[in-house]
Structure formats: C-alpha cells, structure tokens
Write a protein that binds this ligand. Structure first.
Ligand SMILES: *[C@@H]1O[C@H](CO)[C@@H](O)[C@H](O)[C@H]1NC(C)=O
Ligand SMILES: *[C@@H]1O[C@H](CO)[C@@H](O)[C@H](O)[C@H]1NC(C)=O
Ligand SMILES: *[C@@H]1O[C@H](CO)[C@@H](O)[C@H](O)[C@H]1NC(C)=O
Ligand SMILES: [Zn+2]
Length: 515
C-alpha cells in the first residue's frame, strides 16, 4: 500500500484511531478491573471493614507517611528490621518513629504469655540476686540453679549440683562485678550478638530456652520475689499500654526462706491479690487471668491428673482460672491426640474446661505434630497458640475463621525459635490478608530481650502486614485482643470503653503530629 495516496492515508488514520480507541477502552476496563481487585483485597484484610472517623483518617495519614518513608528507605538500603534477626534488629527498631507510635498506642490485652517470661531479666539480676540469702550452685552440665534459704541448705547430691554458694560472698570475690552481673543476664536470656552461629538449629535454641526457665525458677518461685515479680511484670506491660494479661502458668510450688512450700491454690490467691493491689494503684488496669498449663512431654496419666486439677481450680477460682493448655516444644513432646483420653475428661463428665492449646508451632507439615491443629479444633480450643502451620491446613483454617477461633501470633518468638527467619515470610501474612481472626502477643518477651507487646506489634505491622497494613490493622488487632479474651461479655464491654477512651486520646495526639 502506498502512503502517498489520500485514501491510503485515510485508511491508516482509521486504523490508528481504531487502535487508540480500543487501547483506551481496554486500558479503561483494565484500570477498572485492577481497581476492583485492589478494593476487594482492601476489604478482605484484617481491619479492612473498619470505617475510620475523620480524626483517625488524619492520624492514619501521618502514620502511613512515616511508615512509607521507613519502608522506602529500607528498600533502598536493604536494611529492614523485620527481615533481620530480632537480636540484631532491636536497636534499629527502637530508633523508628513508627515504633514510637506503636509504643504509645493502647494495645488492649496480651493473651499469649508465660508466667516467668514477662518481666525484663535486668530486674532479676539487679534486684533479686542482690537480696540476702540468695544461693547458687552449678550443675555438672554448667547450668546455674538458685535458692533462697537461711541457714545455707545442705549440699545437693553431687551428680545434681555443686555445693550451695552464697551469692553475697561470691560477689565480694569476683574480679569485676559488672562483668559477673552481665554473665548472669546472659544466662537468663537468649540474646546474643551472633544468634545464627550460637543457635545452629531448633533443638539448640530450645535447649537453652528451657534451661533458662530451669535457672530462673529458683529465683522467681521464692515467695517474696514471686509477689514482686507479678507486680513488676504487670507494671512493664502497663507502661507499654497493655491493660489486661492472660498468663499460661504451671503453678509450681512457691517456697519460703525456711523451705516451706505453697500449693497451687496459694499461687492463684497470690496472683489474684497482687492483681487487685495493682488495679488499686493503676486505675484503668483491668486485671489478669491464668491459663493453667502442664508440660506436653509428660505421660497421659499425669496429664489426666492436671486436667482434673484444672477443673477443680477453675471451680475454686472461677474468675481467675480461664482454662487449660499444654506447653513445651511441640516437635519434641506428645501430641494432643496422644493425650486425648486426658483431654476428653471434662466433656465426658459434662464439665466446662476451656482449652487454649498451643498448636501448629512447627515447620513439619503433615506430621502428627502439625495435626495438633486439627485436634485443637476437635477439642473445641477457645484460641490457638501460634497456629504457625495453619496456612497449610485449609479445612482447619476455614473452620477456625467461621467459628471465630483466633490464632495468637507471636512473631519474635517464632523467629528466635527458628520457625521463620524473615518475618515478611511469616505465614500469618497470608492470614492477615484474608482477615483471619488473630491477636498479636509476645510469648516470653523477657527471654527474647523484648518488652511488653510493642516489639511484636512492630514486626506484625511492618513485616507481616506489609505496606497495606495501616491504622485499621492496628485498631483491629487491639480490638481483637479484647474480643477474644476470656473475660465475660460485661467485662469485655467495660474494657472496650476504657480502651476507646485511651484510643481517642492516642488518635488526637497522632493527628496533631500531622500539623
Ligand atoms: C527490689 O525491689 C523492691 C520493690 O519491688 C524493693 O523494695 C527492694 O528494695 C529492691 N531490692 C534491691 C536489693 O534492690
Ligand atoms: C568491669 O568490666 C566492665 C565491662 O567489661 C568495664 O567497663 C569496667 O571498666 C570494669 N571495671 C573494673 C573495675 O575493672
Ligand atoms: C466440642 O463441641 C461439640 C459441639 O458443641 C461437642 O459435641 C463436643 O463434645 C465438644 N468436645 C469436647 C472435647 O469438648
Ligand atoms: Zn507459648
């Protein structure tokens, strides 16, 4: 075809026009489809259904401006705290302005915590080990063990531990007390500069993790320390804007200076009394509940006894004891299925004992271990601790979403215990994108070197949530922690009112930051 001829030119013009029109038409419909998908996903996300008030919108803009700046900077430098090991990321995180905001945010409740992992270990070193009559011994494996006693108790059997050494005397003889105290702190936490080298695999990190509980147990179970520990622990969470805690507690015997020991009832009474004292001095604090827990590695016969004890304790302390759980490393302990005979006792007797099972805290897909998720559902678990493997179980996932059974996501715990290294890859990312019921908690913050909930919230907001997570996400997570708590409906309503008041003040402040 010759372009010189007018009819040919007209034809070309027509052709070009046709292409342009269909391009714009296509582009328009593409834009529309894209827009639709974006909106659809936005609505599906955790918090996507929330409608923000005017001031919340302003606060959100400010928050997201800071978040975007941090993310863009991280994409350029490839230094992004949630993708790094927490031990190396912590100091970077604490410089973040988003982290500052998260610290100030009223976060509601902490629903997944363990009795002796809630208070910074600094306090055990600086306060508890400086109290009089504190002894220690060293096991053949080199593990520290502590005991308050007066006079000095007889030596343990040599195959169990060395002679008891009075810490006060020992400190007089160490070359450098500062160094000695840091060595204690090192024995009380997992923190290290080179976690990848020090903890080559999950077994190694779990071994040190369980050793820490063994080591600090003699300090925390001393009656005067036990009371102070609870009080100080609540203070640490209160200062992090958390108003209510549910603690998984083993209720091991608490002892006095003369060796006398107290039973589980005594411990529960003490939890209750200390929480009441705390509420009196911290007016908006809601309180605590205990989820009585035993170690999953025990024999079924022992778990049967614990389940019976749990039923008894719950009837004796109906407002304190929320229910029962099995704790300890799932990969190494017995499955829920293994313990089914014990766990069916309440249903068989027609007694209500709510369960709060750890389940799916594993990387081993399709094994008896991650089937714990199925059994947690079958046993009517009220919530699921971790649920790390949930995204691999579509039926359990659908059922838990339908029945409003939330997972308790503890990002830093999962990373430190080596289930996932980069928290952008945490399986909760997919669940958050579909609005699966969840709460964020910190498991054993003291052992990981974290405090309260803020570090875990930062990981969830920046790493797991990605760029689309905004103020709605944070608000929904805080509200979920109240909604999914073991409080009564009336208590939840009162808690929600208190939280809303604090939320409004937080929003007013954050919106101010915009100007
Ligand atoms: C430890 O803290 C308690 C308050 O919780 C305080 O009364 C006590 O004096 C402190 N002891 C030491 C040795 O610092
Ligand atoms: C003790 O050790 C610390 C930390 O290593 C050091 O800063 C301090 O100077 C030492 N003190 C003495 C008296 O040697
Ligand atoms: C779980 O709930 C179902 C339905 O309410 C009930 O039939 C079943 O007995 C419960 N199982 C346990 C172990 O509580
Ligand atoms: Zn846990």
């Amino acid at each position: 075809m010759s372009l010189g001829c007018p009819s040919g030119r007209r034809a070309l013009l027509h052709l070009l026009l046709a292409v342009a029109v269909s391009f714009f038409g296509l582009a328009l419909s593409m834009d529309k489809t894209r827009e639709q998908l974006v909106t659809e996903e936005k609505m599906m996300r955790l918090g996507g259904q929330l409608v923000l008030q005017k001031q919340e919108e302003t606060a959100n803009e400010h928050l997201m401006m800071l978040k975007k700046a941090e993310m863009l900077q991280a994409m350029k430098s490839e230094v992004f705290p949630p993708s790094m090991h927490f031990f190396q990321a912590k100091h970077l995180m604490e410089k973040s302005r988003v982290f500052d905001i998260i610290k100030k945010m009223p976060k509601g409740a902490a629903l997944h915590l363990h009795d002796f992992g809630i208070l910074s270990m600094d306090w055990l070193v600086k306060n508890v080990t400086y109290r009089p009559h504190c002894h220690f011994c060293i096991t053949p494996k080199g593990t520290l063990q502590f005991r308050f006693a007066h006079p000095t108790p007889p030596s343990p059997e040599p195959e169990k531990c060395s002679k008891w050494i009075l810490l006060e005397n020992h400190r007089k003889h160490v070359r450098n007390v500062t160094e000695f105290d840091s060595s204690l702190l090192e024995a009380f936490t997992l923190t290290t500069e080179n976690p990848e080298v020090v903890y080559a695999n999950q077994a190694m990190v779990w071994s040190k993790f369980e050793t820490i509980f063994f080591t600090i147990s003699g300090l925390v179970r001393y009656a005067p320390v036990f009371r102070d520990y609870i009080f100080q622990g609540l203070e640490e969470f209160y200062n992090d804007n958390v108003l209510y805690l549910e603690l998984r507690a083993m209720l091991y015997p608490v002892y006095e200076l003369n060796g006398e020991t107290h039973d589980r009832e005594w411990s529960l009474r003490t939890y209750k009394e200390v929480a009441q004292t705390f509420v009196r001095t911290h007016p908006e604090f809601i309180g605590i509940k205990i989820i009585y827990s035993d170690h999953r590695s025990k024999d079924v016969s022992l778990i049967k006894e614990s389940v019976q004890a749990a039923m008894r304790l719950r009837s004796q302390f109906p407002t304190m004891v929320a229910g029962f759980d099995l704790v300890g490393r799932e990969d190494a302990g017995h499955s829920l299925w293994h313990h089914r005979e014990a766990l069916m006792i309440p249903a068989t007797l027609g007694v209500k004992l709510p369960y709060f099972f750890h389940a799916g805290e594993t990387d081993w897909q399709g094994t008896s271990i991650d089937k714990n998720l199925l059994d947690a559902m079958v046993l009517n678990s009220t919530r699921i601790g971790h649920g790390f493997a949930l995204s691999k179980h579509p039926a359990v996932r659908a059922s838990s979403q339908e029945k409003h059974i939330p997972i308790e996501v503890c990002p830093i715990s999962n990373q430190v215990l080596k289930l996932v290294s980069d928290l952008r890859d945490h399986p909760a990312a997919a669940l958050m994108a579909t609005g699966h019921p969840m709460v964020i908690s910190s498991d054993d913050p003291a052992i990981f070197g974290a405090k309260g909930l803020s570090h875990d919230f930062y990981e969830a907001f920046m790493g797991i949530g990605g760029m689309m997570a905004d103020l709605r996400t944070l608000k929904q997570l805080a509200m979920n922690s109240i909604k999914y708590s073991a409080l009564s409906d009336a208590e939840k309503e009162a808690f929600m009112k208190t939280w809303e008041k604090r939320w409004d003040a937080f929003i007013a402040n954050l919106a101010q930051g915009q100007k």
